[in-house]
Design a protein around this ligand. Structure first.
Ligand SMILES: [Zn+2]
Length: 84
C-alpha cells in the first residue's frame, strides 16, 4: 500500500513517539526513504520536540499538540507551498 504525504504528516507525531502500529511505521519509513519533503518535515518536527523536551522533560505543556500541529502546518507550507 502506497501512502501519500498528508498521510505521513498525520502519523509524524506517532512516528516520533514510537506509538505507530508496525504496518503504519513501515509505510511511513518507506515513504520517508524517497520523499524529501516528508524527511525535511520529520527533521523539523524532531528539532521542535527536542527543544521542547529540554524545558519540560516530565510534562507536556497544555496545548502542546495544537502548537505542534500549527508549527507543522507552517513547515509544510514553507517547504511545499503547493500542497496545502
Ligand atoms: Zn512525502
Amino acid at each position: 500500500m502506497v501512502i501519500d504525504c498528508k498521510h505521513v504528516w498525520e502519523h509524524i507525531s506517532g512516528y516520533l513517539d514510537g506509538t505507530l502500529a508496525p504496518e503504519q511505521l513501515e509505510q511511513v519509513q518507506k515513504h520517508l526513504e524517497h520523499c524529501e519533503i516528508c524527511s525535511a518535515i520529520l527533521d523539523s518536527t524532531r528539532n521542535i520536540l527536542i527543544l521542547t523536551a529540554d524545558d519540560r522533560v516530565f510534562e507536556l505543556p497544555l496545548g502542546f499538540s495544537e502548537r505542534l500541529h500549527a508549527r507543522l502546518d507552517d513547515e509544510i507550507k514553507r517547504i511545499s507551498p503547493e500542497v496545502t
